[in-house]
Design a binder for this molecule. Structure first.
Ligand code: KIV
Length: 265
């Protein structure tokens, strides 16, 4: 099936027309090709690659080199999805670093960058959008700030905290971002933000009212025994891989693989 390239203006149109936006994480070419083939709109080379691919406990150790490496791989697998590269922890604290690091992600194949934080990073978002680098914001639960937040906790539960998140989202929009991830917040707060912003909101653990949804691909594919409460598991790849690799081991050990048909004459 022929599909059109997903672009930043197209995502804005999707919000206007009420068509839901789909976004998933991708860290390598093989997954990127498959997710692109089904027409996922946005592939995020998330710093969640720290947990999923590199085995860290959180996203904080992830470096620019890590995200660049995986962005290059994802870019090679994609035809139509918009590729977004995540700015890792400490890569957007000064204006110069922000521009240089975002530029490196764009050179690696990302078509936009994502960074965590609202009002405090307004100037960085503006600096990027002014030079033509599209930015996706990220407000609410911020995995790069878990030490300050005291863990992966739902944000915005008090009226003051909800107001702060709404203001953060507005600041991100004002600074020129083309969309914003709303992570870990009550669904009625995500609804209010979605209604008040002109740019699309993409929710994760933020309920049904966002303009789109994102999940960590490995969570929905069932790689893990445990997943966050907001994840729907669409497959059990852990089971599939366990069974296949067990069977392979058994076959090799018992001489059932390879048989004549699998070699060269
Ligand atoms: O790094 C990531 O995967 C993310 C999404 C979960 C939004 O930031």
């Amino acid at each position: 099936m022929r599909r059109d390239k997903v672009t930043v203006p197209k995502l804005m149109e999707m919000k206007k027309s009420g068509k839901k936006i789909t976004m998933l994480t991708a860290y390598d070419c093989s997954f990127a090709e498959i997710l692109d083939e089904v027409g996922i709109d946005i592939l995020l080379v998330g710093d969640s690659l720290g947990n999923v691919i590199l085995g860290y406990d959180n996203t904080i150790p992830v470096t620019m080199e890590d995200v660049i490496h995986h962005t290059k791989a994802v870019f090679r697998g994609v035809k139509n999805a918009l590729v977004v590269g995540d700015m890792p922890f400490m890569s957007y604290f000064s204006r110069e670093e922000t521009l240089r690091n975002a530029g490196r992600l764009i050179q690696a194949g990302a078509e936009a960058v994502k960074l965590e934080g609202g009002l405090v990073f307004e100037d960085k978002i503006r600096a990027l959008t002014e030079v033509g680098i599209p930015v996706m914001g990220h407000v609410g639960l911020l995995p790069q700030s878990i030490h300050q937040m005291g863990g992966y906790k739902v944000q915005g539960r008090t009226p003051e905290a909800a107001k702060k998140i709404l203001n953060d989202a507005k600041a991100v929009e004002q600074a020129g971002a083309f969309s914003v991830v709303l992570e870990g917040m009550p669904s009625d707060l995500a609804k209010k933000i979605t209604e008040e912003l002109k740019i699309p909101t993409i929710g994760i653990g933020a309920g049904v009212h966002c303009d789109g949804q994102v999940l960590v691909t490995h969570d929905l594919m069932g790689f893990y025994e445990k997943t966050p409460r907001f994840v729907k598991r669409y497959a059990n790849l852990r089971k599939v891989i366990l069974e296949a690799s067990r069977k392979y081991k058994e076959d090799v050990e018992e001489g059932a693989f390879p048989t004549d048909g699998y070699g060269y004459s």
